[in-house]
Write a protein that binds this ligand. Sequence first.
Ligand code: BGC
Length: 730
Amino acid sequence: MMTLSTLAQNMPVYLDESKPVEQRIDDALSRMTLDEKIAVIHAQSKFSSPGVKRLGFPDLWTDDGPHGVRPDVLWDEWEQAGQTNDSCVAFPALTCLAATWNPQLARLYGENLAEEALYRNKHVMLGPGVNIYRTPLGGRNFEYMGEDPWLASRMVVPYIQGLQSKGVAACVKHYALNNDEEYRHQVNVKISDRALHEIYLPAFKAAVQEGGAWSIMGAYNLYQGVHNCHNATMLNKILKKDWGFDGVVISDWGGCHNTDEAIKNGLDLEFGSWTNGLTAGASNAYDNYYLALPYKKLIQEGKYSTKELDEKVRRVLRLFYRTTMNRQKPHGFLCSENHYATALKIAQEGIVLLKNDRNLLPINLQTTKKILVVGENAIKMMTVGGGSSSLKVQKEILPLDGIKARFTDAQIDYVRGYVGDTVQSYNGVTVGRSLYETRSQAELTAEAVAKAKEADVVIFVGGLNKSDYQDCEGHDRKSYDLPYAQNEVIEAILKVNPRLVYVNISGNGAALPWIKKVPAVVQAWFIGSEAGEAIASVLAGDVNPSGKLPFTWYASLNQCGAHATGSYPGTWREDYKIIDEEYKEGIYVGYRYTDSKKQKPLFAFGHGLSYTTFKVGKATANKQVMTTDGQISFTVPVTNTGNRAGSETIQLYIAAKQSKVDRPVKELKAFQKVYLQPGETRNVTITIGSEALSYYDETRHDWCAEPGKYEALIGTASDLLPTKHTFQLK
Ligand code: BGC
């Protein structure tokens, strides 16, 4: 009879949970055949790759990401599988999460999303995305965390930690420089090392080094003439060698183009090639993947040993132990009350009050008897569309329904106002409400004007809508203007009723030509399942808004470095295969550009109003001189000077006063959100180290904090920094 101890003795090391993971990996690797090794480094279906059945390793299931768990598609097709257990909670888009400036909410986001993923038996979530908001035309900016590397870094780390704390891998995307959607497979980015390291890489680096991301997704575009999914500089040098990444590099779907490069340049797991979807090719051609039979053949012919293969398999096995083989994983829950509560909280904290003249908001519940809601976005589901982040939700409260449910004492009227080329369905998920309309624009405008005349307040819910070219994967916007007849309708309404609240739904800024005439503007993002309730709670004042813009809202595209320097969208080469796009604006992205040109944007980075008022007192520091290995702390008193409780975000920017190189006027280096009762004062203390003073030195290929004079500028928005403190680095 087998005793327990003989059982343990016979248990192979790779299955023995008491053994260190690296030892288990070595053991598993030594037992795998060449075919098994080749199998685990490429997909077997749209979203899965095989485990090793003979040894008891389950298949690995990935799924989008990043705002909820995408519904299942068929094994080999993009069509819906028609499951009944994949209606999820849609959490707010990552732009909204970034706008909360609240890392604790990012942690909660990750944890909740992981629970939904666990229920669905998904092991890798394809997200979060941290590509930098370089131009407001960027079709996928809504999926990312804004323009600032520090803000994105602080928000992405807890998201990953939350997700992975439950045994679900993050797959941070799209690494790197995927800032154009238009021709994303063809754009070859030319960029200075300094801009690369100071602007575009920090959030990825933080995701890897602080967040401990278990996987990362290579981007579609090229850098230095090589596709990022097999780019030696990006993957072998920066990611794996310099940052010490021990996880799996997963290709974006169809982002792999070459077997030799894929073997040598750091790709570990290939997805999405040749399967009649994102790239052309025969269906069910998994054996023909670049890292499948073509790779095996090269090994058999002796061109490669199994050195590179073993390294890839090692990483994949490590991912297995972290996910599929992790027996400690908790149970998952779909659509739990907690998940909805989190989605609502993030939406409420992320909504940004951009403008509020004469305190039009919150809407006075006593005196407001008639509300007119205008705009297609008030009745349009925004969880469907936009590309791979499209979801099938259990519920989505539309803005109009949220407003009706909250303002029960008022008469709510609705008119559509304009017709957009609205997505009716995406990837088999159909939008619930019929949007059929036969009337002309003139008739729609006339109807809106007639009803606006009678209303106490007009709420125009507009913006973009996740249709192609309107915040959607695969294309950038064609212009900075609001689409359709929105501006025309707003101007017409303003002539008869100036009490207009403009609620903008988007992941991007837009030109707002009527801005001086509209008293109240609310940025409401794509905020998922609880959209209507969140918007209504802010409009009614149940929630005191505290979101801050994670990007600069330009008055026009000329204020954006990528456009002002003529860099975007680049130039086709003669063979029309590659577009070279030189990032001529360099490190001057977002407020770094407008600051350098002394331009005033429509709304500054970090801007966001509240229904109460705050006063930031004078900053003091704990020292005048800091050393390279030391720290310095600044303290500011913050007082809620109004009569409502509310949150304010204290932002600290650093200005280098003397430097060998060009430095931005200022750069965000720390922030802290505080909640204050009316009349309450709190001292906020923020500590930074010398890395907050450093720039990337292109000659030394390293970060450098120069001795000299610096200023810490502290306040509540990048254009509202009332207190500063000068200090020295020695
Ligand atoms: C997108 C990725 C996504 C993948 C799988 C690609 O087109 O760029 O972000 O995760 O498809 O859906």
